[in-house]
Design a protein around this ligand. Structure first.
Ligand SMILES: [Zn+2]
Length: 266
């Protein structure tokens, strides 16, 4: 087995037998692979094989079985993602989506860079919901689904308010709403942002600020798209949904408490 070197991102790890570990790592140059580590808790490599760690790795690849890590350097930890349960939930979901979207041992440099950049932006506290939505929309192509949110499927106009039609797998402009009586009845801003998110380059992204109400509508629409076109149900997504409801509950409680305090003061 020849020795190779690549940037890599640890997706997840699991215990194997008593003290050993299997670690799923997405390498930039050789795709995603399962690595075997013997008793890593006693190894200097342990630091670099924690989930959501990015590093430069030297390893040996075995196409029929486990691969082996020889050395790890330039270990980079996403500090905020590690410390903030909300950021962590988003990051875990993106990692699970990326993992589900490609087979093992397939090189996919654009996906590797896209995932790494998304995690960097979440870690730098760029709006995590926006990054998650962008990731979800842009990775849909890997699941065999590409949707054009830029134009009406009938007249190809791009400048009118649009709705989405699952019947036509595309958008309807306001002049063609009557073509599908079961159209989605979306806020036209949802399609506007879906189109923007589908094409935005994360390397050039500027701060995007959306109202909570619009964010919720976009979240629901992407959930419908996933239900219809992707059809996978990932545990981290379920967790993220639960967390969002806790978070809004906490916000509501916070606001209730604030208004109570204000009442007392006045
Ligand atoms: Zn039209």
């Amino acid at each position: 087995m020849p020795q190779m070197e690549s940037n890599a991102l640890v997706l997840y790890s699991q215990n194997y037998k008593e003290q050993d570990k299997l670690v799923k790592i997405f390498t930039k140059e050789h795709g995603k692979r399962m690595f075997f580590l013997k008793n890593p808790s006693k190894s200097r490599l342990n630091f670099g094989i924690q989930p959501l760690t990015s590093a430069n790795m030297i390893f040996q690849i075995n196409d029929t079985g486990f691969s082996f890590i020889n050395d790890i350097s330039e270990v980079r930890i996403f500090k905020n993602i590690n410390e903030d349960i909300f950021l962590n939930a988003h990051a875990a979901y993106l990692v699970a989506l990326a993992d589900a979207s490609i087979s093992d041992n397939i090189k996919d440099v654009p996906l590797f860079e896209f995932l790494t950049k998304s995690l960097e932006l979440i870690d730098s506290r760029f709006d995590r919901e926006v990054i998650t939505n962008i990731f979800e929309l842009q990775i849909m192509g890997h699941f065999g689904s590409s949707i054009d949110f830029s134009q009406c499927v009938f007249c190809h106009r791009t400048d009118l308010p649009m709705d989405y039609s699952f019947k036509y797998n595309g958008c309807l402009c306001i002049n063609h709403f009557n073509e599908d009586e079961r159209r989605s009845h979306l806020d036209p801003n949802v399609i506007y942002f879906a189109n923007l998110f589908m094409h935005v380059d994360l390397n050039k992204i500027q701060n995007i600020s959306l109202k909570d109400d619009l964010k919720k509508k976009i979240r629901l629409f992407i959930d419908e798209l996933y239900e219809e076109y992707v059809g996978i149900h990932l545990k981290p997504k379920k967790f993220l949904d639960q967390m969002d409801s806790w978070s809004s509950l906490m916000t509501d409680l916070g606001q209730a408490r604030k208004s109570e305090e204000n009442d007392k003061e006045s």
